[in-house]
Design a protein around this ligand. Structure first.
Ligand code: NAD
Length: 265
């Protein structure tokens, strides 16, 4: 399967280039950077911090889409939407790992997924996908537990709470028959009040180079269940994205997430 990577100069892009080159069943055919990025014409393997791989970094995303079987995109919300529309026009599947996609972007991706197949997941790690599955079970059984979700990430991350924290909240709300928008509490600073029954609280830590940690507390009056996931490196996200690419390659349309990729639905 031929893979192109958009956002190849980024933290995730470099991990994906390395993981794709190392995978025996995948061939890297494109490594796309931001338009006019000075790193164009470098070897993608060198850009990723390892040995040359024979693929030249480029800012021509349309050419990369034409050349690949699947585009893997870890860029920015605006760039991911643009790339998804190009993939839809070209009939190429796309794996999107970018976070911070709001409800309007999610609607646009749903529309585009009628024309090409997509995996969209705020967290590609297999461990987080299993955690989401466990949280749905726990939320159903623990009914009215107080839920608090804490995420910790590196100092460069711009969106908060993390996409994964929001996804965890949405899974728990759905399992309890709630809408996350109706029960989420993002800021207790401005509105001092005791905790509302059924609310789901969020807190975010941004510090140093923390790769990604999520802890969900589900507290009942006399006991507490905690589900935690800790990413030790970006390798797990990259491996999950490649699994998603293998799942989506050759499909014609549809919107999928990691629960589909891992058969957890
Ligand atoms: P980063 O800032 O290191 O990399 C993003 C890269 O995208 C940059 O090099 C930027 O120049 C590039 N880019 C922007 N617009 C582009 C365009 N039009 N064409 C090509 N490249 C473009 O960020 P990162 O840590 O690699 O994360 C990227 C995104 O992935 C973020 O939204 C992050 O939250 C998300 N992320 C998701 C997962 C997951 O498992 N789904 C894991 C880690 C990070």
């Amino acid at each position: 399967m031929k893979i192109a990577i958009a956002g190849a100069a980024g933290r995730m892009g470099r991990a994906l280039v390395t993981a794709t080159v190392a995978a025996a069943d995948l061939t890297l055919v494109g490594a796309v950077v931001r338009p006019k990025d000075p790193r164009c014409a470098l070897d993608a393997g060198v850009l990723a911090g390892s040995t040359p791989c024979g693929v030249t970094v480029s800012d021509d995303v349309a050419a990369a889409i034409t050349a690949c079987d699947v585009l893997i995109d870890f860029t920015s919300p605006a760039a991911s939407l643009h790339h998804a529309s190009l993939c839809a026009a070209a009939g190429r599947p796309i794996v999107i790992g970018t976070t911070g996609l709001g409800p309007a972007a999610a609607d646009q991706l749903r529309d585009l997924s009628t024309r090409t197949a997509m995996v969209v997941a705020a967290n590609m790690s297999v461990g987080v996908s299993v955690a989401l599955h466990l949280l749905a079970i726990a939320a159903r059984v623990l009914g009215d537990a107080d839920v608090e979700i804490v995420d910790a990430h590196h100092r460069h991350k711009v969106d908060a709470p993390s996409g994964t924290a929001l996804r965890m909240g949405a899974v728990i709300a759905e399992a309890r028959g709630q809408m996350l928008a109706d029960c989420a509490v993002y800021d207790r600073h401005r509105r001092p009040a005791a905790r509302a029954c059924g609310s789901i609280g969020f807190a975010s830590v941004r510090a140093g180079e923390i790769v990604g940690e999520h802890r969900v507390i589900m507290a009942l009056p006399s006991e507490r269940l905690e589900v935690a996931h800790i990413a030790d490196s970006r390798q797990g996200f990259a491996d999950g994205a490649l699994r998603a690419a293998r799942f989506i390659g050759g499909r014609s349309c549809g919107l999928f997430d990691m629960q589909d990729v891992l058969g957890l639905r």
